[in-house]
Ligand binder design. Structure first.
Ligand SMILES: Cc1cc2nc3c(=O)[nH]c(=O)nc-3n(C[C@H](O)[C@H](O)[C@H](O)COP(=O)(O)O)c2cc1C
Length: 172
C-alpha cells in the first residue's frame, strides 16, 4: 500500500491549482503538495504515489506535465486535468485516453479525473485577433463553450474531485 503521496500541479491561471488544493486536503497519510515549477525542491523517489494535475493544452496535458510524467517509473499515478471543454465531450474523452496512455507506460494508473476550467480572458481576446483568429475563430459554438466554462471550477466541481479522490486514495 502506498503511504506517501505527492500532489504536483501545473497551472497557468489558477484553475488547476485550486482543484489541487482541495484534493490535497482530503488525502490521508503522509503527503505533500507542490507546483511543478518547484519540483526541483524535492526528491520524487521519496514518494510512491502521485496525484498529477495539469491544464489541458491542444487536447492533452500541458507539455511540462507530459515531460514530468515521462520521467516517472514504477509509481502509482492518479491524474486530474482542467479544461475549457465539457469533460464528457469527445475532446474530453480523447484527453483522458492520451494522458492515460502516457501514465500507463512505466507506471500504474490508479485514477483519472477531468474538471471544467474557465478560459483566461486574455486568451479569448487573442482568439479574436490575427493570427489565432485563423486557428481558433470565435464561432458561436466556441463562444458558447467559453461562456459555459466561465463559472468553473465551482463548488460542485471541487466536491466531485474530493469524492472521486477520497474513493480511490483513502479506501485502499
Ligand atoms: C494555450 C492554451 C491552450 C488551451 N487548449 C485547450 C484545449 O485544447 N482544450 C480545452 O478544453 N481547453 C484548452 N485550454 C483551456 C485550459 O485548459 C483551461 O482554461 C484550464 O482550466 C486552465 O488551467 P489553469 O488555470 O490551471 O492554467 C487552453 C488554454 C490555453 C491558455
Amino acid at each position: 500500500m502506498a503511504n506517501n503521496t505527492l500532489v504536483v500541479y501545473s497551472s497557468l491561471t489558477g484553475n488547476t491549482k485550486m482543484v489541487a488544493g482541495r484534493i490535497y486536503e482530503i488525502i490521508e497519510g503522509e503527503k505533500r503538495i507542490i507546483s511543478l515549477n518547484d519540483i526541483k525542491e524535492i526528491n520524487v523517489d521519496d514518494f510512491d504515489r502521485f496525484v498529477i494535475g495539469f491544464w489541458v493544452d491542444k487536447g492533452t496535458a500541458d507539455k511540462r506535465t507530459r515531460e514530468f510524467i515521462k520521467k516517472l517509473s514504477q509509481k502509482e499515478i492518479a491524474f486530474f486535468g482542467t479544461l475549457g471543454a465539457d469533460p464528457e465531450s469527445d475532446h474530453g474523452r480523447k484527453v483522458v485516453e492520451r494522458v492515460s496512455e502516457l501514465c500507463s507506460k512505466n507506471n500504474t494508473l490508479i485514477g483519472k479525473f477531468l474538471c471544467r476550467g474557465k478560459i483566461d480572458p486574455k486568451l479569448v481576446e487573442r482568439m479574436g485577433k490575427f493570427p489565432l483568429k485563423l486557428v481558433h475563430p470565435l464561432t458561436p459554438e466556441r463562444l458558447k463553450r467559453i461562456e459555459d466554462a466561465k463559472p468553473h471550477p465551482n463548488e460542485e466541481d471541487f466536491k466531485n474531485a474530493e469524492n472521486y479522490f477520497k474513493d480511490i486514495l483513502n479506501n485502499k
